[in-house]
Design a protein around this ligand. Structure first.
Ligand SMILES: [Fe+2]
Length: 313
């Protein structure tokens, strides 16, 4: 299943290039002021996207959904392809999604609740334990939640709940400056803010594929991308008579058997691990080929490797 993650489009959705996928997810702040005309325009655009499933939550700018939920429901009714989640779930092909708009109080915007308060604890306690993909407008505290200057604005109560729920994927937005991907052993975190700090939609949609045992994110470093590996594999299959075959297959089996795990055990990145193999064993055209195939992509999405959330508690 391919997920396309966008967020914080703030009325700038029209110019955006949205890749194909199975589920298009918007993590809130589709509008500037949450007026019904803005919501209507956004829903018309969002609803016309070709993705089979489209999931939307509200953000702190999207006032209509909090102040006039009946009006929002009326507008949504015209777009049956859109699933609006507000402390509610949808299951798609066995994958369980949960969406919620709340964030810690900040200048009295929509869906604000007092920081460190019982209100936030209550809304997060509703997140089902079997959630696979959690969608919230704001980040948890400490993960992709820094504004310029370095302050962490994420929700402490959400972080505490995540230590129990441990969803495979957590998608959010809200903090434009912290766009990117982060990974702990339990969860892949996506800050999908489409708009940058100046409200221009310069940050591209984040694309990830869910497999039963793994998640593949497109365009991040330092992990090697699967399609590059497949190209390397195809090249190696053509080089079967090469005397370096044994070394090559050791590399490939290491890669195939779980590059990330192996790199983690060695305290290095998967790319570094591959380069290490290459520099020790292969100084040849073959090595050059592999090196050129495994170059980082130029438009890499910011990526952070995190410690285990449980270990931090
Ligand atoms: Fe926001």
């Amino acid at each position: 299943m391919r997920l396309i993650c966008i967020s914080d489009t703030h009325n700038a959705h029209k110019g955006m290039q949205i890749p194909d996928g199975d589920v298009l997810i918007h993590a809130g702040d589709a509008t500037g002021q949450g007026l019904s005309q803005e919501v209507d325009r956004f829903l018309t655009w969002f609803g016309s996207q070709p993705h089979q499933h489209k999931i939307l939550i509200a953000g702190n700018h999207d006032w209509l959904f909090q102040k006039h939920p009946e009006m929002a429901a009326q507008l949504l009714a015209a777009h049956p392809g859109i699933t609006y989640l507000q402390d509610s779930a949808i299951e798609i092909d066995g994958v369980k999604f949960w969406g919620s708009p709340w964030q810690p109080w900040f200048l009295d915007w929509a869906f604000n609740l007092p920081r460190l308060g019982v209100g936030l604890r209550e809304v997060w306690s509703k997140i089902p334990l079997d959630t696979d993909v959690l969608i919230t407008h704001g980040p948890p505290h400490g993960v992709l939640d820094q504004v310029r200057g370095g302050t962490h604005l994420g929700c402490e109560e959400l972080k505490a709940r995540l230590a129990t729920v441990r969803p495979r994927i957590h998608i959010f937005g809200h903090i434009h400056d912290s766009y990117g991907v982060a990974q702990s052993s339990a969860t892949t975190y996506i800050n999908g803010c489409s708009c940058d700090e100046d409200y221009r939609p310069t940050q591209r949609p984040i694309v990830l594929d869910i497999y039963p045992a793994s998640i593949k994110i497109h365009g991040i470093e330092p992990n090697l991308r699967l399609e590059r590996l497949e190209r390397i594999q195809a090249f190696l299959n053509r080089s079967k008579d090469d005397p370096r075959e044994e070394a090559v297959y050791q590399i490939m089996s290491a890669l195939n058997a779980g590059m990330r795990d192996m790199a983690e055990i060695r305290g290095t990145s998967a790319d570094d691990l591959l380069q290490d193999y290459l520099s020790r064993g292969l100084q040849s055209d073959l090595a050059k080929q592999i090196r050129s195939e495994s170059k980082p992509s130029k438009r890499a999405i910011p990526f952070t490797k995190l410690g285990d959330v449980r270990a931090e508690e």
